[in-house]
Design a protein around this ligand. Structure first.
Ligand code: FAD
Length: 370
């Protein structure tokens, strides 16, 4: 007889590790499976740092979700005894009528969030590492900062296991089927049964749900050397996101010990996650430095490290957290269009709520299957 569980979680990265933890702590019999051993560097949750921000320019509906995520990160940090989140404040920079500035202000005003609208002179004076163009403005939000993805995934996995979840690594889910009474989940090593299945396989999710409308996008992260440690220290340099041209973005971090990490948001090529080139080419580093150097004048062109990471994009760049349209026992919760990490603690809770109670307290309208 195959081993049988209440819930199987396929993929134990950001979303799957949080889901396995939230289900196990509430008494479900959970099996978590991953083709590798997270945290690893082949999916979407590596690279040392992720931005967390509250005045969400993408849509005000994300604000309650990130507020719950902040609470859960704090709980997880306390339980693990590790710093999972570093509050630096955040600057959302662009043209006054651009997507980033307008959207950030809309979220801040809708949810009465603390924020300041800063002219460029104030940005330069208060945060001298950052030099926006004269035609730009910035919204400063004090609660923004950095979450540490590898530590977060590790903590979720540890507490999932300690709460009773069975976790199996280096075991790829190869397919699933509905036998009427239960679901059968096949892996390269065997077959398992469950009542409900969560698919949180990140950039590989389409292999398990071919009808998913996602596109995987290759992204490059570069850690540049800097000439001004004081200016780039987290005490003096917040996280920043520039809309440097209409609908074109790059973002970066303070110096966190290994250089200043910078990346474009989108504009990468569509790829197959099994065939993607993991090598970062010198021209990619050069072109990123050329893009950012006028905005971050103390950044040296020398790259200390560069890695490839994968976005799993929905066509409208929102998330997908919903039941499979043809099978109400299969929950999909990982396509997050390159901005999901900050929410993963809350997405784990949402997934557990949907599985255990059929509903979530949070508004998921934006995240329906579409
Ligand atoms: C460069 C970059 C920068 C980003 N910056 C930010 C940011 O600043 N802030 C933010 O909030 N978000 C950011 N994101 C987005 C965020 O990191 C992702 O939304 C999030 O990490 C996705 O988590 P996931 O669980 O869907 O995927 P992953 O963490 O990749 O997990 C998927 C897991 O599924 C496993 N798997 C796949 N197929 C199978 C299978 N068949 N069987 C078993 N296991 C399988 C994989 O091995 C993997 O461990 C960024 C992403 C990238 C790539």
């Amino acid at each position: 007889m195959p081993e049988s569980y209440d819930v199987i979680v396929a993929g134990l990265g950001a979303m799957g590790s949080a889901t396995a933890f939230q289900l196990a702590r509430r008494g479900s019999q959970v099996l978590g499976l991953d083709r590798l051993h997270p945290p690893h560097t082949f999916g979407s949750s590596h690279g040392q740092s992720r931005i967390i921000r509250e005045a969400y320019f993408e849509h005000p509906l994300y604000v309650p979700l990130v507020q719950r995520a902040y609470e859960l990160w704090a709980e997880l940090g306390k339980a693990s005894g590790q710093r999972l989140l570093l509050q630096t404040g955040g600057l959302m920079i662009g043209l006054p009528d651009g997507v980033v500035v307008k959207g950030t202000l809309a979220s801040a005003q809708t949810h009465h969030l603390r924020h300041e609208l800063l002219p460029v002179e104030d940005v330069r004076r208060r945060f001298p590492a950052i030099d926006p163009r004269d035609d730009m403005v910035a919204v400063f939000e004090p609660r923004a900062g950095v979450v540490f993805p590898e530590l977060c995934v590790q903590a979720h996995l540890r507490f999932a296991q300690e709460s009773g979840a069975t976790l199996k690594f280096n075991e790829t889910v190869t397919g699933w089927s509905d036998s009427g009474d239960s679901l059968e989940v096949k892996t390269a090593q065997g077959v398992y049964r469950c009542r409900l299945l969560v698919i949180s396989a990140g950039s590989w999710a389409k292999e398990l749900i071919p009808e998913l409308p996602v596109v995987v996008e290759r992204q490059v992260l570069v850690w540049f050397e800097q000439h001004a440690p004081q200016l780039f220290s987290p005490e003096h340099c917040p996280i920043y996101l520039f809309e440097y041209e209409r609908n074109r973005y790059f973002y970066g971090f303070p110096e966190l010990g290994t250089g200043v990490k910078i990346a474009r948001h989108h504009e990468g090529s569509a790829v197959d996650p099994n065939l993607v080139s993991r090598e970062v080419h010198p021209e990619e580093i050069k072109s990123l430095h050329e893009l950012v150097r006028s905005f971050l004048p103390e950044l040296a062109g020398k790259a200390l490290e560069a890695v490839v990471c994968l976005y799993t994009n929905m066509p409208d760049e929102h998330f997908l957290i919903d039941w499979h349209p043809k099978n109400p026992r299969v929950l999909v919760c990982s396509p997050c269009s390159g901005h999901g990490f900050k929410f993963s603690s809350a997405i784990g809770e949402i997934a557990a709520d949907l599985i255990l109670t059929g509903r979530s307290k949070l508004d998921l309208t934006l995240f329906r299957w579409r």
